[in-house]
Design a protein around this ligand. Structure first.
Ligand code: 6PG
Length: 243
């Protein structure tokens, strides 16, 4: 499946405004998916930026979202226990999933505490139970992603073997020295590029340089530059991060 969407870019005056727009986009995508398929699947992002979005979704989308029709998965996870402050699951659970009426069996945590290899095999197996094996069938309705200053997204880091994976849907990944939590599990490019909508949420002046390179197509080798949605790719930025 070749990603075909031409990226669209939104620039907002603040992270709070960017989060508000991202939340509205997700609510609409949920309505569309539930009307079309009777369910909505999203891969949630980690790091710090999504906090504002998760809090907004929990605060605003209470009645608008058919929470019981949603499957919540993760784009990546650090290999730490779920209660660890570095856990991507912990961020989503504490700021959103524990505050709205989700079906807990439809929250598909990556068991990072097992270690990168067993956790990746387990997650890959569960993904294949949730999504069709037919590569022509889109995977997630939305893949929510952030971008690191080195151009990584999910836990696909420049130079890491995980970036080269073309068969498996989830693999072990290893962050470079200096990045919090070395051992990780990540969705692969083939799996991310099957998402109907890829939604990048980025904020902060430290992201401007890498986003300028990515959005001007000057750095096609960077992981975040290689991810596009089948139907739409949306970059939602605050003014500080915008090229
Ligand atoms: C992770 C994230 C990662 C994140 C970027 C940006 O597990 O670290 O999945 O891809 O989105 O590192 O992180 P910030 O939002 O904290 O800048």
């Amino acid at each position: 499946m070749r990603p075909t969407a031409t990226p669209t870019i939104e620039v907002h005056s603040s992270l709070a405004d960017a989060a508000r727009s991202a939340a509205a986009t997700i609510v609409q995508a949920t309505r569309d998916a539930v009307a079309r398929d009777g369910r909505f699947t999203i891969a949630l992002a980690g790091g710090e930026t999504p906090r504002a979005l998760y809090e907004r979704l929990a605060a605003d989308a209470g009645t608008d979202m058919p929470w019981d029709c949603c499957d919540f998965l993760f784009g990546d996870e650090r290999c730490v226990p779920p209660h660890n402050p570095q856990s991507n699951f912990r961020l989503a659970w504490s700021t959103l999933l524990s505050l709205v009426p989700v079906v807990e069996a439809r929250v598909h945590r990556i068991f990072g505490e097992l270690g990168p290899a067993p956790a990746a095999v387990d997650y890959d197996t569960r993904l294949r139970q949730i999504f069709s094996r037919d590569e022509r069938t889109p995977s997630f309705d939305v893949a929510l992603l952030g971008v690191g200053t080195d151009g990584h997204t999910a836990s696909l880091f420049p130079g890491d073997h995980a970036l080269d994976e073309r068969e498996r849907w989830a693999v072990p990944a290893f962050a470079p020295v200096g990045v919090k939590v070395h051992e990780r599990v990540t969705l692969t490019l083939p799996m991310l590029n099957r998402a109907r909508v890829v939604l990048f949420l980025c904020a902060g002046a430290e992201k401007r340089s890498v986003l300028t390179r990515i959005l001007s197509h000057a750095a096609p080798e960077l992981p975040a530059a290689q991810v596009r949605g089948v139907e739409r790719t949306i970059w939602i930025l605050d003014r500080e991060a915008a090229p």
